[in-house]
Design a protein around this ligand. Structure first.
Ligand SMILES: Cc1cc2nc3c(=O)[nH]c(=O)nc-3n(C[C@H](O)[C@H](O)[C@H](O)COP(=O)(O)OP(=O)(O)OC[C@H]3O[C@@H](n4cnc5c(N)ncnc54)[C@H](O)[C@@H]3O)c2cc1C
Length: 424
C-alpha cells in the first residue's frame, strides 16, 4: 500500500524512537520479524526476553503502519460482540479468545510500567456512546453479554452518558473501566526501545522484497541491501503489507480512518468535552471517535479519507456534538488503513512450516497486537501449544475492491449528508 509517513499529532509529540540503521549484509537469527508495529515489536521483545535471537525488519520507520496512526483506545476484546465470537469460532475457542483479550489492556499497561514507556498512558476507561434506538439496543446487548462473562462494564443512562461525554447527542454509553488511552506511536517506539533492551536487533527503512525457504530448512528474508537467515519468520504487516509475495495473505478490506487534532483547548473548553478524559467512539455505522491528548487537544476521527469531505464534516460534527467549544481549529490531520477481515477477527496464517502471517485486526489492535506478539513468542519457545486467535487462513472476501469502494463512498456520502443536515 503506497502510503506516506503521516504528519500526525502522534509523530509531532512522541519521544524519539531508538536510532536504527537499515539492514545490510548477512545476519543469522532464530526468528526474523517483518514489520515494526505492535505485533512485531511485542513478539520481538518477548522472544528476546525468552532468550531467542531476533531481528525486526521494518520497511519505513518504527510505527509507520496502523500502530503509529491509530486513535489510541487501549480496549479489552475485539469489535465483535462476545456472542458473535462464539458463533464464529465455536464456544470453546470463542471463550479462549475472549479471555485472552479481556485482559489485553493489563498487558499493555504492565509493559508501559515495566519498561518506563512514556506514552501518555491514562486508564480511566472508555465510553462506547449510543446513538438512537439501535445504538441503545446494541449497547444493551453488549452489556448483557459482557456482564454474563464477568466484565466490570456499566451501562450509563442518558443523563449519565451526556454528563460524561459533555454532549446532548447520546442516549446511553457503555463504560469499560478496563480500558484507557495511550499515545500510540510513543507506545510503539517504547516497545522498540524495550525490545532492544532485551537483546533484539531492529532495522528500519528496509523493505523486505522476498521470503524464501531454504533447502536445508529455515528461511531467507531479503531486502535490497541485506539478508537475514532465520528458522522462523513472523510476517506482522497487517494492513500495510507492501510486497508482492504477501498478496495471497491480503484477504482483508483496507478501509481509511482519518483523524484531526485541535490546538490545545482552554480550561473552559476542556470542562465541556469528555471532562473525565475517557476515550470514546459511537455506535453509528460510519463510526467516529474522540479523545483528548496530554496537552488538552481534542483528537476527533471518522471513517473515510481525510482528503475528502471529512475535515469539514469533522468541524461541523464537533460543533453539533459540543456547541460549547465554538469553532475548533485543526492543527493536525492524518489517515491510516484498517484491515477488515471477513469475520472481523485477526488470524495467524501459518503459510508453511515456520512462516506465520498475522493480519485482520479490523481496527482493534493495540491490546490484541500486543497479546498476539507475546503469544507467538510463547508458541515459538514451546511455552504454549496454541494461539488464542484462529490459525486458519483468512477467508476470501468476494468483491474485495468493490467493498472497499463501497465503504469509502458510503463514508463520504454519510459525511456529506451530516454536513448538509440531511443526516444529522
Ligand atoms: C486510523 C486507525 C485507528 C485505529 N484505532 C485503534 C484504536 O483506537 N484501538 C485499537 O486497539 N486499534 C486501533 N487501530 C488498529 C491498530 O492500530 C492496528 O490493528 C495495529 O496497529 C496493527 O499492528 P501491527 O503491528 O499488526 O501492524 P502495523 O502497525 O500496521 O505494522 C505493520 C508494519 O509492517 C511494515 N511493513 C509492511 N510491509 C513491509 C515489508 N515488505 N518489509 C518490512 N516491513 C513492512 C509497515 O511499514 C508497518 O510499519 C486503528 C487503526 C487505524 C489505522
Amino acid at each position: 500500500m503506497a502510503e506516506q509517513v503521516c504528519d500526525s499529532l502522534w509523530r509531532a509529540s512522541a519521544p524519539a524512537g531508538p536510532e536504527l540503521t537499515p539492514l545490510s549484509g548477512e545476519k543469522e537469527v532464530d526468528v526474523a520479524i517483518v514489520g515494526g508495529g505492535f505485533t512485531g515489536l511485542s513478539a520481538a521483545l518477548h522472544l528476546a526476553k525468552f532468550g531467542r535471537s531476533v531481528a525486526v525488519i521494518e520497511a519505513q520507520e518504527i510505527g509507520f503502519g496502523g500502530s503509529g496512526r491509530n486513535v489510541g483506545l487501549a480496549n479489552a476484546g475485539l469489535w465483535l460482540e462476545p456472542d458473535q465470537l462464539d458463533q464464529e469460532l465455536g464456544k470453546a475457542a470463542g471463550k479462549v479468545l475472549y479471555d485472552a483479550l479481556a485482559v489485553a489492556p493489563d498487558l499493555v499497561y504492565q509493559l508501559i510500567e515495566t519498561y518506563g514507556i512514556e506514552c501518555e498512558p491514562t486508564r480511566k476507561g472508555t465510553l462506547h456512546a449510543g446513538v438512537g434506538a439501535s445504538g441503545l439496543a446494541q449497547l444493551q446487548r453488549r452489556f448483557d453479554q459482557l456482564s454474563a462473562r464477568g466484565a466490570p462494564v456499566q451501562l450509563l443512562n442518558k443523563e449519565e452518558a451526556q454528563a460524561r461525554i459533555g454532549s446532548a447527542t447520546f442516549n446511553s454509553a457503555l463504560f469499560d473501566p478496563r480500558a484507557g488511552t495511550i499515545q500510540p506511536l510513543a507506545y510503539a517506539r517504547g516497545l522498540a526501545h524495550a525490545a532492544i533492551k532485551e537483546g533484539a536487533q531492529l532495522f528500519d527503512f528496509s523493505p523486505v522484497i522476498a521470503i524464501e525457504s531454504q533447502s536445508e530448512g529455515g528461511w531467507l528474508v531479503k531486502t535490497a541491501q541485506g539478508v537475514v537467515r532465520a528458522q522462523q519468520v513472523i510476517q506482522a504487516t497487517n494492513a500495510y503489507s507492501a510486497f508482492a509475495a504477501e498478496k495471497e495473505t491480503r484477504k482483508f478490506v483496507p478501509i481509511f480512518y482519518s483523524q484531526l487534532a485541535s490546538k490545545p483547548l482552554n480550561e473552559q473548553q476542556l470542562a465541556a468535552v469528555l471532562p473525565n478524559k475517557e476515550g470514546m467512539w459511537d455506535t453509528c455505522t460510519v463510526m467516529s471517535s474522540a479523545r483528548m491528548d496530554q496537552r488538552g487537544r481534542l483528537v476527533f476521527g471518522g471513517m473515510g479519507n481525510v482528503g475528502g469531505a471529512l475535515a469539514s464534516w469533522a468541524t461541523q460534527r464537533v460543533a453539533d456534538l459540543w456547541p460549547a467549544l465554538g469553532k475548533v481549529e485543526w492543527e493536525f490531520k492524518w489517515t491510516g488503513h484498517i484491515a477488515y477481515s471477513e469475520d472481523h477477527i485477526p488470524h495467524c496464517q501459518q503459510l508453511q512450516q515456520g512462516l506465520y502471517s498475522i493480519a485482520g485486526y479490523s481496527g482493534r489492535g493495540i491490546g490484541p497486537g500486543t497479546v498476539v506478539g507475546k503469544e507467538l513468542a510463547e508458541l515459538i519457545t514451546g511455552q504454549r501449544e496454541q494461539l488464542s486467535i484462529p490459525t486458519t487462513l483468512l477467508r476470501d472476501i468476494p468483491f474485495r475492491e468493490l467493498k472497499r469502494m463501497f465503504y469509502e463512498v458510503g463514508a463520504h456520502t454519510y459525511h456529506l449528508g451530516q454536513q448538509t443536515g440531511t443526516l444529522r
